[in-house]
Design a protein around this ligand. Structure first.
Ligand code: TLP
Length: 342
């Protein structure tokens, strides 16, 4: 049975070009910053994003948490959009690692307003002071939604006024840049630090890169080691990341078109509710009764998706999902939905 895995873009397998580059990678000890392939990847993404320096990380979660650790002091608050990955899916990491508390601000489809962030900045002696502002682009839990550039710039202006650093969880920053039709450097320009995942839509098997000023990255290096993220001959995986940057950034619109196609048909089906305005990149969320049971039945028929809560299902398109896969998945989902009592 062909398995159509729509659980996440993290499930992508390395392409043959990636595997070839991995086998041929020149390596060294990256804890000494001596792995030429890791150094090349870091320099390449720093150049592409316009930030001064980069640091290769084993995961997006570690990349975000190292950024939080470097930017803040214990006892401070991190202002983030509701549903932010650093809060929802990094299991208490900011509290455990850095002694931080989240202060979540409301959003419309993952897009916070500068005025709400301003209100969330606390300074009185009775309150935990703000230490950092975080934006997520695309915003995963809101549906893979995109924060417009003008809003990022407005928040950056506020952060500067308030003397607070601004971090971007850009796990899917290239998806956001694709939707907005801007360069990745424009997308990253408002931020002091940016975390970009190579292992999501860009299809590399492992790794993220944290970007920022040279001084920020020097401190991040220490925290990466502190968290056990010094990977030694990491060039073997960084090589796949380089191929991902060379071959995968230009094709993301295909994933977005397939997500759109999925969503438009799903929206017409009985027994579910789906907000088409939230379908902006490579994700489709819909609401349905007994989502986990539906996800199980779909998986048994070769269509894997994630039930994120009792009534929510997420489908994510990626490099290894074709037009035929979309049609096949729609057929199976339609049949299963028709079996649900209204
Ligand atoms: N997200 C994963 C799950 O953790 C939910 C997924 O399948 O979407 N920032 C954002 C916005 C993310 O979506 C993710 C991964 C991360 C950070 C963390 O990346 P990893 O999984 O590499 O630690």
């Amino acid at each position: 049975m062909r398995v159509i895995d729509l659980r996440s873009d993290t499930v992508t397998k390395p392409t043959s070009a990636m595997l070839k580059a991995m086998a041929a990678a020149e390596v060294g000890d990256d804890v000494y910053a001596e792995d030429p392939t890791v150094n090349r990847l870091q320099d390449m993404l720093a150049e592409m994003t316009g930030l001064e320096a980069g640091l290769f990380m084993p995961s997006g979660s570690m990349s975000n948490q190292v950024a939080l650790a470097v930017h803040t002091q214990r006892g401070q608050e991190v202002i983030a959009p509701e549903g932010a990955h650093i809060y929802e899916y990094e299991p208490g990491s900011m509290a455990v690692i850095s002694g931080l508390m989240p202060r979540l601000v409301p959003t419309v489809l993952g897009v916070p307003e500068a005025k709400d962030i301003r209100v969330a900045i606390h300074r009185s002696v009775h309150q935990a002071p703000a230490g950092l502002i975080v934006v997520e682009n695309t915003h995963n839990k809101a549906g893979g939604t995109v924060v417009p550039l003008a809003r990022c710039q407005e928040i950056s202006g506020l952060a500067k006024e308030e003397g607070l650093p601004l971090h971007l969880d850009g796990a899917r920053a290239f998806n956001a840049a694709t939707v907005l039709g801007v360069e990745i450097s424009d997308l990253c320009a408002p931020f002091d630090s940016v975390s970009i995942c190579l292992s999501k839509g860009l299809a590399a098997p492992v790794g993220s890169v944290l970007l920022g000023s040279k001084d920020f990255i020097r401190q991040a290096h220490r925290y990466r080691k502190l968290l056990g993220g010094g990977m030694r001959q990491a060039g073997v995986i960084a090589a796949a990341g380089i191929v991902a940057l060379q071959t995968m950034t230009e094709r993301l619109a295909e994933d977005h078109a397939r997500a759109r196609a999925l969503a438009e048909t799903l929206a017409t089906l009985p027994n579910i509710s789906l907000d088409l305005t939230a379908v902006q990149s490579n994700m489709v969320y819909f609401q349905v009764n007994e989502a986990p049971a539906l996800a199980e039945r779909l998986a048994a028929r070769g269509v894997k998706c994630n039930a994120l809560g009792p009534k929510s299902i997420r489908l994510v398109t990626h490099y290894q999902i074709s037009d035929e896969d979309v049609q096949m998945a729609l057929r199976v989902i339609t049949e299963e939905l028709e079996l649900i009592p209204a």
